[in-house]
Design a protein around this ligand. Structure first.
Ligand code: NAP
Length: 463
């Protein structure tokens, strides 16, 4: 019998999750010299591209052009896309183990971290993940509603997600009108009465998680001032700016320049605060009304960095809505190892680890592997590393010791038997064309389908 990876018996790979890390893993496998391979890319949604479609802000269209790379991968005859197939629903991990030599989990981080403070359950307290999914027309979040009738909103965390949601809340909605923002979100933003967005960082400007371009974009927003307290724009002794990267120095310089500009004259304000932590969300009639903050100081964390501790000084800021943007978190997959503490799949060099041992034939890439960090491009190098481990295992004969039905029909047959109606890449291209033409009618780049039923109806596929 031929060995897996040869023309008579291609190596059969299932990639679970058709977001950036999944596509980059597929790309690295296709590029492996001399490897005969078949890659099946599964996604729980009928649409591919994960966070590029459902996470990247609508006013950051340039970032989305990365899908051209994914498109090339998807069009390769060795690759098949099975949209609308969920592991744990139409397929089990055992089904995959019986049909693939190697399985790659590229499932990202579907949930979010909590702040664990009183009042987090009040109406008007949401995760940024929900807000992002809502304005991007993600089927999981399109039904949510956000009360934008208040004048003041608080965003907790100062990573790039916090920057995205703050910008979307503070900008003139007309600058989004031609993008692929969901139509209902554009209408809601047009009706918004929000004038102040408090952006709350628990550490100082030298520790801020946002990228320089993101903070610089605030300074360019029409009709909006970026307001920073000069006394908070300082770099403390434990911040060790002298050892910081050029990017961090650039961010600090920008913040200090802006702090010197004062209040400005625009109606809308982004009030960027440093060294403050929400300690309680206060409500009235069950709804968020204000946020109590404690001031922090920075102390040496013993690892070359700075951590914050409260100093017992408090203030309360008005906010009719609060969005926590304190990081994403993975969701466990039944039958696959998961580290509850870190919120992702434990691994060694991309090999899934259960207990102390690597699980033969199972791998992980992207946020599911390393947690929610890095830009989209970071996932390419990360997926390449996991694929190196996969190829090393293949070469060393470390494939799982179990029979695999490697025929091309094995997976489609099973899906059919289970009553699944997978969406192919050709069908996605049809949806893509429909979205673009719906968008063109309204002067937008695209008008997304935001409900799975509508996508399937447009493809004449039953649910
Ligand atoms: P992130 O970069 O890890 O930022 C999380 C923020 O939450 C940090 O400011 C963190 O502060 C803060 N935080 C955590 N726990 C907190 C708590 N209990 N109370 C108050 N603040 C808390 O995460 P993210 O913004 O979700 O972004 C995830 C990844 O996607 C990042 O790598 C990001 O660069 C990327 N991304 C990129 C773009 C873009 O390129 N335009 C857009 C969106 C996302 P500490 O630093 O003190 O921990």
């Amino acid at each position: 019998m031929s060995l897996p990876g040869t023309p008579d018996r291609p190596l059969c790979i299932a990639i679970i999750g058709a977001g950036p890390s999944g596509f980059y893993a597929a790309e690295a496998l296709l590029k492996a010299p001399g490897l005969a391979v078949r890659v099946d890319l599964y996604d729980r949604l009928p649409t591919p591209f994960g966070l590029v479609r459902g996470g990247v802000a609508p006013d950051h269209q340039k970032i989305k052009s990365v899908v051209m790379v994914y498109e090339k991968v998807a069009m390769d005859p060795r690759v098949r896309f099975f949209g609308q197939v969920r592991l744990g629903r139409e397929l089990t991990i055992e089904d995959l183990r019986a049909r693939y030599d190697q399985i790659v989990f590229a499932v990202g981080c579907e949930s979010d971290r909590r702040m664990a403070i009183p009042g987090e359950e009040l109406a008007g307290s949401h995760s940024a993940t929900e807000f992002v999914g809502w304005y991007n027309g993600h089927p999981d979040h399109r039904h949510r509603s956000f009360d934008l009738s208040c004048e003041s909103v608080a965003v907790v965390g100062i990573g790039n997600v916090a920057m995205d949601v703050t910008r979307l809340l503070a900008c003139d909605p007309e600058r989004l009108a031609q993008t692929d923002i969901a139509d209902y979100a554009l209408e809601a933003l047009r009706r918004s009465r929000v004038k102040t967005v408090w952006l709350l960082g628990r550490r100082g400007p030298a520790e801020a998680a946002y990228s320089p371009v993101e903070i610089e974009e605030f300074g360019k927003l029409a009709g909006c001032d970026l307001v920073i307290k000069p006394e908070e724009a300082v770099v403390g002794a434990v911040s060790r700016l002298e050892r910081a990267e050029a990017n961090d120095k650039k961010k600090v310089a920008y913040v200090q320049e802006h702090a010197a500009l004062g209040e400005g004259s625009q109606v809308r304000k982004i009030r960027l605060r440093f060294c403050v932590s929400p300690v309680e969300i206060l409500g009235e009639g069950g709804r968020v009304k204000s946020v109590r903050l404690e001031k922090n100081k920075l102390v040496d964390d013993g690892k070359g960095g700075a951590r914050c501790v409260g100093i017992g000084e408090f203030e309360t800021i008005p906010a009719g809505m609060i969005l926590r943007s304190v990081g994403y978190r993975g969701v466990p997959i039944p039958g696959v190892a998961f580290d509850e503490k870190s919120g992702h799949i434990p691994h060694e060099a991309g090999r899934v680890v259960a207990g102390d041992a690597a699980v033969p034939g199972e791998y992980v890439v992207g946020w599911a592997k390393r947690g929610p960090s890095g830009l989209i491009g970071t996932n390419r190098a990360d997926s390449v590393l996991t694929v190196q481990s996969m190829l090393e295992d293949l070469k060393a004969g470390r494939l799982p010791a179990r029979p695999v039905d490697a025929s091309a029909e094995a997976a489609p047959k099973l899906l059919e038997a289970r009553g699944a109606k997978p969406v192919s890449y050709a069908q996605w291209k049809k949806l893509d064309a429909l979205e673009r033409s719906r968008g063109a009618e309204r002067g937008k780049i695209r008008e997304k389908f935001t409900q799975i039923e509508d996508m399937l109806a447009a493809l004449s596929v039953g649910p």
